[in-house]
Ligand binder design. Sequence first.
Ligand SMILES: *Cc1c(COP(=O)(O)O)cnc(C)c1O
Ligand SMILES: [Zn+2]
Length: 413
Amino acid sequence: MSVKCIRCRKCNTEFVPSKLNNCPSCNGILEIIYDYDKINLDIFFKENIYKDHRMWQYKDLLPLADESNIVSLGEGGTPLIAADNLNVSDKIKCQILLKLESQNPSGSFKDRPTSVAISKAKELQAQTVIVSSSGNAAASTSAYAVRASMKAVICLPQSTDINKVSQAITHGAQVVYIEGSVSDSFNMVKKASEFYGWPNITSTFINPYTVEGDKTVAYELWKQMDSDVPDVVIIPIGAGPLLVGIHKGFQELKYFNLIKKIPRLVGVQAARCSPIFKAYLNKQESVNAWLNPINTIATGIADPLVGYEQDGLLTLQTILKSGGCVISLEEDEINASLRKLSRNVGVYAEPTAATPIGALKKLVEQKVVDSGEKVVCIITGHGLKYKDTVDYQPPVISSLEELKTIIKGSSAE
Ligand SMILES: *Cc1c(COP(=O)(O)O)cnc(C)c1O
Ligand SMILES: [Zn+2]
C-alpha cells in the first residue's frame, strides 16, 4: 500500500500501476517498487499472524492502493513443520522443515499470487480475468474470481490433472484446453488478454503483481523461525516467480535490518522439462526454451518457457545471486520423494510439491548442504488433486478370519 511505481527490470523505465504486462518499450519484466521509508515495521511484529487476514497482514508491502479491494479466502499463514523422519542421509544431519503451502484455500501456494492479482484486477475495475495454467493457478483463479464476482477464463493443456480442472469447472469458470504444452496455453492467453483487455493473471512474470504475493512466504518463515531464516530454501520452479518472490521477501527483510543474510535458494525441475537446469549446468548466459518436453508426473513445473525465456533467466540469476543452485530429478526420483513424504512424514503432496525432498537428498550427497544447517522445503501443492497413481487394489473381505490372515501376512502387525 506504499507503491511508488512499476519499473522495468531491463530498461529501468518507470510506469504508474496499471494493467501493464511486460515493458511496453523493451518487453522486459516489470517489478513493483515500494517507498520503503513509509513502511511501519510493526507489521513484522504482530503477535498473532493467523488472526484475520493471514497473508494480507503484510498489506503495507503488497501492491494495492485501497485495502477495500482485497479479495481473500484466508490464504497464507501456512504451517511450518519439522520433518526429522525424512531420513535423506545417514551421515549428514541437517534440520529439515516443511512449509505446507498445500494448506492454502485451493490446495496450493498459487492462492498467494492469485489473491494479489485478483485484488489488483478489482482495483483496476476489471470484470473478467484470464489465466494460463498447469492446473493449480486455474483452480485458484476460479475460486478467487467467484470471491470477487468476476468472470474467469482459463486455458490449460489437455494433460492437466483432471481434479484441478474439475475444481475450476465447479467454481463456474470458462475452461478451455489448448493444444500443446503450457507455453502454447501461455501464448494463447497473452493474445486473448490483449484482444479483450482482460487482466492476464498468469503466474509467470507477465503480471507484475502476482510475484508480490509469493514474497509473503519469506516473511512468514522469518516469523515462524523466531526472527531468523533458514540456511537453504528448496523450491520447485516452473518459470520461477515463487522463487523470485521469496527472494524479494528476504531482500526486503535484509533491507529492514531484520536479517543479516539471505538464504541460498535451490530451484528444482523435472529432468524431462528442465530449461533452467540446463542453462545452469552449462553456465549459459541465457535460458533457452525446452523444445521437446516429455510428459512428467511433475506437471506443476513442466514449463518449456517458449516465448518467455527471459522469465527463466531472471529465476536463474536470482538463484545464483543467493549462492544457490538448480537440481533436476528423474521420474523415479520424484516418485521416491513422494513416497518419503507420504510414508515417513504423513504429508500428502502432489509429485511436483514433493520434489524438494529428492533435491535435498542430492544436495546432501554433493555436500552442498552440511550437518547442522537448517533447510526449508516448500511443499507447494496438495496430493488430493493429483490423478490417481496407486496400483494397489485393496482386498475385499467379509469376515474377521479373512482379516486375520491378511494382517498376519503383512508387516502391519
Ligand atoms: C505453479 C507451481 C509450481 C511452480 O511455481 P512457479 O512460481 O510457476 O515457478 C510449483 N509447484 C506447484 C504445485 C505449482 O502449482
Ligand atoms: Zn523496459
